[in-house]
Design a protein around this ligand. Sequence first.
Ligand code: MN
Length: 320
Amino acid sequence: MNPASTETVAAVLTAADSVAIISHVRPDADTIGSALGLGQALSGLGKRVYCAFSGPEALPGPLQRLPGVEFMVAAGEVPATDVTVAVDAATIDRLGDLVETFRAGPHSICIDHHVSNGGFADLDLIDPESDCTASIVLELVDALGSELTAGIATCLYAGLVTDTGSFKWARPASFAVAARLLEAGVDGARWSRELLDSHPYSWLQMVSEVLGASVLRSDVLDGRGLVYGIVNAEQMSGMNWDESESVIDILRTANEAEMAAVFKEVEAGSWTVSLRSKTDVNVMPIARRLGGGGHVRASGYSDSGSAEDVVAHLLAAIEA
Ligand code: MN
């Protein structure tokens, strides 16, 4: 860990002519919003800016409409730059195929808010007290002396509104950040709708199938209950990968279960699994037993086998 102040990071960026900003694999609104917000600020200061992420997936639809998306380049087309920046990546592995690109920069900067991030850059600007990486970027935009344009604010708002679950678990400081961003010209209603409340009709049909076939196991966790759903490969193939991410948010509302799980078959026999708990059950050790990790109340891992196999593996890990 090489802890750096916002001012130090701003000084290194100010001295650069070119900057590559790298988002994590399977990018979400916080990692892309942080990249495009910072990218717009640096471009406004006359820097050449390249934003990229690794992976075969396309950028999710709403993120393609964010201001500054013109700074996105394909992962293989990031040129050598004076500074490389990682945004919202808890480990360097989260940069996927762009790890070497990140390391190749004469100066590397990590900007993140994950409590588990031990730092992996020349300069680590990590604040676990921040609800999102976008809020840290806002402080950096201020330190750079950039004007907070509506375009920058929109990108940062995208990270803030999604990482706080529409402010459901936002800390007090995030409301002050939100007020500033909205006053800078963000259309909050539009972006909440686009980022959180919009799905293709096929998503509704997939969710109804998954919820209809979901299982409530009241006996698990000493009677506190587990609810789980399975999204099979056929259901997964009919939609963008990010559309399956929100199923867990519906399942976990079941009153009768302290814990929720969603098994997503990304290709035949190959699964990613999301775990959530409500109050005091720590799902992180359960995910760790299966090779994954995450947070106390939100973790995940990968597994393989039939649907019956992966469910059995989880039940065994819970009892372990
Ligand atoms: Mn984040």
